[in-house]
Each structure stands twice: as C-alpha cells, then as structure tokens.
Design a binder for this molecule. Structure first.
Ligand code: THU
Length: 131
C-alpha cells in the first residue's frame, strides 16, 4: 500500500464527528483513476442516522464521477482492528472487485492487516445477481 492512502485516512479520522460513540473512523478509497477519496464517520443525535466513514468516502468518489474503487484503508480508534461493518462491506462490494485489498488499522494510526473484499464478504450478493 502506498502511504498516500493512509495519510488521507488519518486526516479524515481527525474530521470525524463522533460525539456519541467517541469512536472516530477514517477511510480512504482509491478510484481506478488513482485519485483518492476520503471520509469520516458522521454521527447524529438520532443515532440510526449516523453514517460510516467508508460510506462517506464512497459517496465522495461517486460525486467525483468514479464508480470503481481498487484499494481501501480504514482506521479507527479501537483497541482491535477497525474492520468495516457489514453494511460497509456491501457498499464496497458494489464498487469493488473481489480482489480489492482493504487495509485495516487500529488506534495507533497504522494499518496492521490486509483483507481482500472477498474475505470480508464471501458469496456476496451484488450487481451480477440481478437480472
Ligand atoms: N463506524 C464506521 O465509520 N465504519 C464502520 O465500518 C464501523 C463503524 C462508525 C459508526 C459509528 O459512528 C462509530 O463507528 C461506532 O459504531
């Protein structure tokens, strides 16, 4: 993984709005063009209305006119690994192929494990499952 993706995720984490969980998350995705799109989690007093960092990064990519992501970094302030939640795995699957690498990190701000999208969401339902 090149450092630029990690740097973008770290910066994104500092922008997180997480007054309720106090769990700040930063994500960065690289589009097929090579451009980087970052996002942070944005919580809400109406708790279910909060948005995950990965969703914000993906929305930023879509707004820039790209529809394919090739690499992902997610870091969070948790003692363990900040792996994407189920909903975010599904969102990543919409725009990434099975071999997309997802680098996951913890509170020290470094990534410590890499998964493929297929490992995180095996037998996924996606665009190919629709007629
Ligand atoms: N969160 C993310 O941003 N991404 C994930 O994949 C898992 C969870 C956020 C949502 C919420 O603001 C906080 O982490 C605690 O769940």
């Amino acid at each position: 993984m090149s450092d630029d993706l990690l740097v973008a995720a770290r910066l994104a984490l500092t922008r997180a709005y997480a007054p309720y969980s106090r769990h700040r998350v930063g994500a960065a995705v690289r589009g097929l063009s090579g451009a980087i799109y970052a996002g942070c989690n944005i919580e809400n007093a109406a708790y279910p209305e909060g948005i995950c960092a990965e969703a914000v990064a993906i929305a930023t990519m879509i707004m820039a006119g790209e529809t394919r992501l090739v690499e992902v970094v997610v870091i969070g302030e948790t003692d363990g690994l900040c792996t994407p939640c189920g909903g975010c795995r599904q969102k990543l699957h919409e725009f990434g192929r099975a071999d997309v690498r997802i680098h996951v990190g913890g509170p020290e701000g470094t990534t410590s494990r890499t998964f493929s999208l297929d490992e995180l969401l095996p037998h996924a339902f996606g665009p190919d499952n629709l007629p």
